[in-house]
Design a protein around this ligand. Structure first.
Ligand SMILES: [Cu+2]
Length: 108
C-alpha cells in the first residue's frame, strides 16, 4: 500500500508538470509545405504536425548534435503526429517523402 502511495504521488507530480507546460502548437502540412518555416517553442512544449494534404507525408526530426532523431513513419492524409520537445536547441524537420519540405524549430 505504501508503494502505491508513492506511485500515485509521483503521477500527481508528473501530471502537474504536464499541466504547467505551454499548450501544444500545431504545424500544418498543405500543398507540400509546412505551414511555417520557423517556429520557436518553449522547453517541454509539444508540436502537433497535421497532414492537411491529400498525399502521405512523414515527419523526420533531428537535433543539432543533441542526439535527437525521431521518425514518425508514414503519416497518411489527415494524420496527426505529436512530438514533445524536452531539450532546448535547434531542430531540423523534414518530410522523408518530399525532401523539399523543411522547417526549423528552436526550443528555448
Ligand atoms: Cu511530404
Amino acid at each position: 500500500m505504501k508503494k502505491l502511495g508513492v506511485v500515485l504521488g509521483l503521477s500527481a507530480i508528473l501530471a502537474f508538470g504536464a499541466a504547467m507546460a505551454d499548450p501544444p502548437v500545431t504545424v500544418g502540412q498543405a500543398g507540400l509545405k509546412f505551414s511555417t518555416k520557423n517556429l520557436e517553442v518553449n522547453k517541454g512544449q509539444t508540436v502537433v504536425f497535421m497532414n492537411d494534404d491529400d498525399t502521405s507525408h512523414n515527419i523526420t526530426v533531428t537535433g543539432d548534435g543533441n542526439g535527437v532523431s525521431v521518425n514518425s513513419g508514414l503519416q497518411p492524409p489527415g494524420g496527426k503526429f505529436e512530438m514533445p520537445f524536452a531539450k532546448p536547441g535547434t531542430y531540423q524537420v523534414t518530410c522523408g517523402i518530399h525532401p523539399k519540405m523543411k522547417m526549423t524549430i528552436v526550443v528555448k
